[in-house]
Write a protein that binds this ligand. Structure first.
Ligand SMILES: [Zn+2]
Length: 185
């Protein structure tokens, strides 16, 4: 069964992922957490408030490595799932369509900082049995935030960072900030 936890940054997605994984650990299921190899080499997944969980880092296209981890575990979490490639989406789809008893929990950004659907997340959400969408609070007007707005110039869809590079904004405030940036440029 595939569960998806999605939404913007600072919404508590990773906290929710770790909470779900810990429940399965308590029930003595074999639990693994996978994250894509990007610019970081850390082997722990950390939430913004300091909680951590050991993880295995794999190449975003490394189907064989992910398949091996799935075979050896009952519950498999995927952090930063937006960065995994379509090979990994295909693999999860094959498992789901085979009626697997494995539990997959994919956690990732629904949209990039421009508000575009991010990587394989829309596809994962489509085939998931359960989708949880979490929201941060807009830092300008305090309604539920829609996107993780990049406060620095970035090239391409991938810019790794936290509060130093992103802030949570609703659509309206993001549009206002974008226009302001255009005027200042
Ligand atoms: Zn706002």
């Amino acid at each position: 069964m595939l569960e998806v936890i999605t939404g913007g940054m600072f919404a508590g997605k990773t906290d929710e992922l770790l909470r779900r994984l810990e429940r399965h650990c308590i029930a003595r299921r074999r639990v693994a957490l996978i994250k894509p190899e990007l610019d970081t080499r850390t082997t722990k997944v950390r939430t913004h408030n300091g909680k951590e969980f050991d993880s295995i880092t794999v190449g975003p296209k490394d189907r064989a490595a992910v398949e091996q981890i799935i075979k050896e575990n009952d519950v498999i979490g995927f952090d930063e799932a937006e960065f995994f490639s379509t090979e990994i989406y295909q693999l999860l789809k094959e498992y789901e369509q085979s009626g697997t008893e494995k539990v997959f929990i994919a956690c990732g950004l629904d949209m990039d900082s421009e508000g575009e659907p991010f990587g394989i997340m829309p596809a994962l959400m489509a085939i998931a049995s359960d989708v949880t969408k979490l929201h941060a609070v807009c830092e300008n007007c305090f309604v539920p935030a829609n996107i993780s707005f990049s406060v620095v110039e970035k090239k391409g869809q991938i810019l790794i960072g936290g509060k130093d590079k992103y802030k949570a904004l609703c659509w309206r405030c993001a549009t206002i900030e974008k226009e302001k940036r255009k005027r200042d440029a």
